[in-house]
Design a binder for this molecule. Structure first.
Ligand code: 9D3
Length: 255
């Protein structure tokens, strides 16, 4: 997949996608990320990329022409069709379902806003989709773009190693439940013991315990996800037992 990113801070995009899983995907050429700076396409002595809003008010608005020239340059570099995605607080909230769809595209072009945002006429004429990454205020679209790039990169074929893929499968297979707790050595520590079942060697019991922990934690922390999860009869029994232990002040999980 090729991702072009229009941003006043292309170095941020380059660097923030240079590490870990995403950095490895770029090194192996499973993912190409290229930044494009509207400033490089601005004209005049001051190379302005923004101006004051009509109607007054605080802040600045990104100009149409530097963005248009920048987008044209990205399309000349690779004329394959690519949707333009604008990262904005006004966008539809990003979900893993949308990430999965976007990850199948051979290419997309991301637009990062700064200041108060982008002239509405550019959005109407050039942008295909607007995406937010959640209900909190960032200073610009770059971090949101890095989040989206990370999420789609992990779904490209060959990006995750076998262990990472297995972990991903089991999460997606859990139908949107939270993960169970994880433990490693030492089995005994001043801060507590590893649950006996995990050391029992009984793989069926371990799978059951993990499933129950996932259900219980989702119930405690994200009951909204539980409504969508479509629990089996066995799941409901496991959760019922978790609740009973929880109500009895059990050690299943602190509130
Ligand atoms: C303080 C400025 N706000 C006035 C009401 C509007 C505003 C403009 C630009 C708020 C944030 C931003 C910059 N944010 C993004 O570009 C952004 C974003 C975000 O802030 N939250 C969640 N997802 C995203 S995607 C892009």
């Amino acid at each position: 997949m090729r991702i072009d990113v229009i941003s006043l801070f292309p170095e941020f995009i380059d660097q923030s996608t240079g590490f870990g899983v995403v950095g490895r995907a770029r090194e192996r050429d499973l993912l190409q990320v290229q930044g494009w700076n509207p400033r490089d396409h601005a004209t005049g002595n001051y190379r302005r990329v923004d101006d004051r809003p009509f109607g007054g008010g605080p802040g600045m608005v990104m100009l149409i022409e530097p963005l248009r020239a920048c987008l044209d340059a990205a399309r000349v570099a690779d004329p394959a069709p690519a949707p333009v995605v604008y990262l904005t607080p006004q966008g539809r909230p990003l979900t893993q379902a949308r990430v999965r769809e976007l990850a199948t595209l051979p290419r997309m072009i991301l637009l990062c806003g700064r200041y108060e945002g982008v002239d509405e006429r550019f959005l109407v004429n050039e942008v295909d989709e607007e995406i937010s990454i959640g209900d909190y205020v960032l200073s610009g679209g770059e971090l949101a773009a890095a989040v989206l790039i990370d999420a789609v990169a992990r779904l490209q074929d060959g990006v995750l190693n076998d262990a990472e893929s297995a972990a991903q499968d089991s999460f997606e297979g859990e139908g949107g439940l939270l993960d169970c707790p994880h433990y490693t050595h030492p089995a005994s520590h001043a801060w507590g013991e590893v649950p006996d079942v995990l050391r029992s060697g009984n793989h069926a019991a371990i799978a059951r315990w993990r499933r129950q922990q996932s259900l219980g934690r989702t119930w405690l922390r994200r009951p909204d996800l539980l409504d969508e999860a479509g629990l089996s009869k066995a799941d409901r029994k496991l959760l019922e037992a978790f609740r009973a232990e929880h109500a009895a002040g059990g050690k299943a999980e602190q509130p």
